[in-house]
Design a protein around this ligand. Structure first.
Ligand code: NAP
Length: 253
């Protein structure tokens, strides 16, 4: 089955696309023939990505400034779209944290506002429009294996991602009747700019040794699962959180 073909002609909105996995997913969608709208707060980075996508053969790529933690910004971004998305990828996220006893409540609030409340706000903004237009849609949340198991020192993040897993099920249940599917990808540790330095340290190397497949994921390792959940290949799947983690979740206790 050619999973990528399932995105041809679809309009995909990717939040948090100004760097890392979001930019990677945007490039994957564009290569697969989708119209892509990239969203985040750093508009300059989005504009550069759009330029690159257009040069690579995706003339319809566009950018929209969006702060998922700000309900007005979410509404304004959706109101400004020329075309309703077929697929919304809730990828925006922050990974602030530290030991719980040293973490200010403001950090907890910020992580929850972005990673959890932001996913809710964007999902509801999309689903209201899909229902209003009497059509369905696809929501793909980017959770994490830290939503399914815990690690030390990242409490607010693990709590937020566990919330995303439960939200995926709750919204899938409510919106199946409207033809809206809601699934989540739960990546393990992926090699990106923001964590590369850490994984070069002894603590980072020790963490990689605990991954049964003994290596970090590359963004490309997520592609097949992403395409499965973003396309009609998963037409009878909803409420699912799919781990892609080199076996990290089944590491021995
Ligand atoms: N990398 C991994 O190993 C890994 C593993 C599991 C899950 N994940 C998840 O994958 C997603 C992407 O992570 P990443 O590793 O690619 O990190 P990243 O490079 O830091 O990307 C995070 C993105 O989220 C955006 N963002 C942050 N706050 C936002 C807000 N309030 N409104 C809109 N956009 C916002 C950022 O853009 P602006 O700053 O421009 O707004 C940025 O584009 C996150 O949800 C993360 O939790 C990553």
């Amino acid at each position: 089955m050619d999973l990528a073909a399932g995105l041809r002609g679809r309009h995909v909105l990717v939040t948090g696309a100004s760097s890392g996995l979001g930019a990677h997913f945007a490039r994957l969608c564009a290569r697969s023939g989708a119209e892509v709208t990239v969203a985040a707060r750093r508009r300059d980075r989005l504009d550069r990505l759009v330029e690159a996508l257009r040069e690579a053969g995706a003339p319809q790529a566009s950018a929209v400034a969006l702060d998922v933690a700000d309900a007005d910004s979410v509404e304004a971004a959706f109101a400004g779209l020329d075309r309703l998305p077929d697929v919304v990828v809730n990828n925006a996220g922050v990974a602030e944290g530290g030991p719980a006893l040293d973490t200010d409540l403001s950090v907890f609030d910020r992580v929850i506002a972005t990673n959890l409340r932001g996913v809710w706000a964007v999902s509801v903004a999309a689903a209201r429009r899909w229902r209003g237009a009497a059509r369905g849609g696809v929501i793909l949340n980017v959770a994490s294996i830290l939503g399914l198991r815990v690690a030390g020192g990242v409490g607010p993040y693990t709590v937020s991602k566990a919330g995303v897993v439960q939200m995926t099920e709750a919204l899938a249940l409510e919106w199946a009747r409207y033809g809206i599917r809601v699934n989540a990808l739960a990546p393990g540790y992926i090699d990106t700019d923001i964590n590369r330095d850490f994984f070069a340290t002894p603590a980072g190397e020790a963490l990689v040794r605990r991954i049964p497949m003994r290596r970090l994921g590359q963004p490309e390792d997520l592609d097949a699962a992403f395409l499965l959940l973003a396309t009609d290949a998963s037409a009878w799947m909803t409420g699912v959180t799919l781990p892609v983690d080199g076996g990290h979740l089944v590491s021995g206790l």
